[in-house]
Every structure is written in C-alpha cells, then in structure tokens.
Design a protein around this ligand. Structure first.
Ligand code: A3P
Length: 287
C-alpha cells in the first residue's frame, strides 16, 4: 500500500484519495449551482456532524436518508477522487463537503449564489482527534507519539496543509452574505440554537418538532449508534475499526488530557504568532 503524498500549490495531499487532475478539475471546471451548500472544514473539526445536521435540515427533520444512506455518500468531499461519481449523483440542493483551502475552491463559486458553512474547532482538540483517527485510518498512518502529531500540525505538514492558512484563507469570506461561520464548540454548547441559526441562513422554515428531530438525529449518541453515520461501513482496509472509533468522544477540551503543560504553552506561543495578523478572536479559544 502506498502512502505517497504529493504537493500542489504548496499543500500536501494524499495520493490514495487525491489527484492533481481532480484538484485542477474542481478548481477550474467544477460547476457550482446557485442552490449548492458547501460544508467546509479543516479535517477533524466536525465535518460529519455538519453533514448530518445539513441533510436532516434538507429533509425537514426526516431521518430516513440518515438511516439508509452512508454519510460519506450524502455529502461527499468534492476533492476526493473516489467521490467524483457520488458528487455527480447528488440530488438538489446538493450538500457538498470539502476540506480544501480557500485558494483551491471552485472558481465558479465566485459568481454563484451558493452558500458555504465553515466549521472551526479548537485546534488543540483537532490535534487530539487526528492523533486517534490516524491510528485507525490505514491510508494515513503517522508513526509516532503525540508530540509528533503536535509537530506535524504546527509545521503544517499534514494533509490539506496548515490549519492556520486554512482558517486565514477562508476568513477572507467572513463578511460575505453567502458565508456562515460556526465553531464545533458553539454546536456543542447550543446544538438546537445552532440548528435554528443554520435554518435561517439556509432559508428553511422548520417547525419546532422538525427542529427537535434534527437535533435528536444529529446527537453524538444517535450518530454513534447509526451504522450509516458512524463509518463502520467503510472498507476495513481504509478504516480499521479495531483500532478505534470514528465517533470517539465528541467533546471539547479533551486536549487537556493529552497536552503536557510545556506542549500547551509552546502551542499557545506559536498560535499567537501565526494568528496575530488575523486580528480576530474565536469562541473556541476559551475552551
Ligand atoms: P473526536 O475525535 O474528538 O471525538 P470530522 O467529521 O471532521 O472528521 O470530525 C470528527 C470529530 O467530530 C470527532 O471528534 C467526532 O467524535 C466528532 N463528532 C462527530 N459527530 C459528532 C456529534 N454528533 N457530536 C459531537 N461530536 C461529533
């Protein structure tokens, strides 16, 4: 099995699931529709949680699709080579996921009325989530201890490149009316309120009972018990279920169980330095 990475515009991608041809096609030729909704995240920031929420909103709280269609087919990642057919088969309005940095996104978005939802997560929790995910993700095994995961993250050498560049790139859209920014921590703290805000952004009028259903069927426990959402249906040679669980803990602040004081202080110093030109503060920084 090959674990080859390749670099495109200075960002690392995985040859197992990405190709230069697909990246070029997505950026230059992919047709964005006005009613498209894009679920954009840096990996391990709550991508699948948002897929669940958005698809339930699309279907007015009806969980049938969530219970019958694997989550990775409901809103495939646009840039993943193997997902190209699934993207083409989506029903409108399409809900499409992406981890792409801003400067890789389809050019046709700029003249469209499509919407983007960007979910950010406390980067220390992203590192922890990644650390455990890498143990089970066969295409992306990083040998090494937790320190190695922190180093890879801070150096921006992992797949999809630097977390800092990802966030800074996408924040160029923060004042665009087609852009909705939310954090994983806000979703955790006020799941129902977040669903209501998302419905408003998407122009969806759901009844209280339908909103309750969205919240219920996108809760951590429901998703963990749903084989269409917990990724247990993924091929074993891609995701080794004996090495962990995709829906692992679903909490904020788990980093405190893994970072040493020294690692945390070092991370904070690098974070302040790399974020200083952004001049924004984020809710998840308090967690
Ligand atoms: P943990 O590993 O910290 O548990 P992504 O979908 O971007 O890969 O993100 C995966 C992370 O989102 C995992 O975090 C997973 O448990 C968490 N997650 C998925 N669904 C969730 C839900 N309904 N509620 C809370 N967290 C959820």
């Amino acid at each position: 099995m090959s674990f080859d990475d390749f670099t495109c515009k200075g960002v690392q991608f995985r040859a197992k699931v990405h190709s230069e041809d697909r990246l070029k096609f997505v950026e230059n030729e992919f047709e964005v529709y006005d009613d498209d909704v894009y679920n954009v995240t840096y990996p391990k920031s709550g991508t699948n949680w948002m897929i669940e929420i958005l698809n339930l909103i699309k279907h007015d709280g009806d969980p049938t699709i969530s219970q019958t269609v694997p989550i990775y087919e409901r809103s495939p990642c646009i840039e993943v080579t193997q997902a190209a057919d699934q993207v083409d088969k989506l029903t409108r309005p399409r809900i499409i996921s992406s981890h792409l940095p801003y400067n890789f996104f389809p050019k046709s978005f700029s003249t469209s009325k499509a919407k983007i939802i960007y979910t950010m997560r406390n980067p220390k929790d992203v590192i922890v989530s990644f650390f455990f995910f890498r143990k089970m993700y066969c295409y992306h095994k990083v040998n090494g201890d937790f320190q190695k995961s922190v180093d890879v993250f801070l150096e921006g050498n992992g797949g999809y490149g630097s977390w800092f560049n990802h966030l800074k790139g996408w924040m160029q859209m923060k004042d665009d009316s087609r852009f909705f920014f939310i954090t994983y921590e806000e979703l955790l703290k006020d799941h129902r309120g977040s669903v209501i805000r998302l419905c408003k952004f998407l122009g969806k009028n759901l009844t209280d009972a339908q909103i309750d259903s969205v919240v219920k069927h996108s809760s951590f426990n429901t998703m963990k018990d749903n084989k269409m959402s917990n990724l247990t249906e993924m091929p074993f040679d891609m995701l080794d279920q004996t090495k962990g669980s995709f829906l692992r803990k679903g909490v904020s602040g788990d980093w405190k169980n893994y970072f040493t004081v020294a690692q945390s202080e070092y991370f904070d110093r690098v974070y302040r330095e790399k974020m200083k030109d952004l001049n924004m503060s984020f809710y998840c920084e308090q967690e």
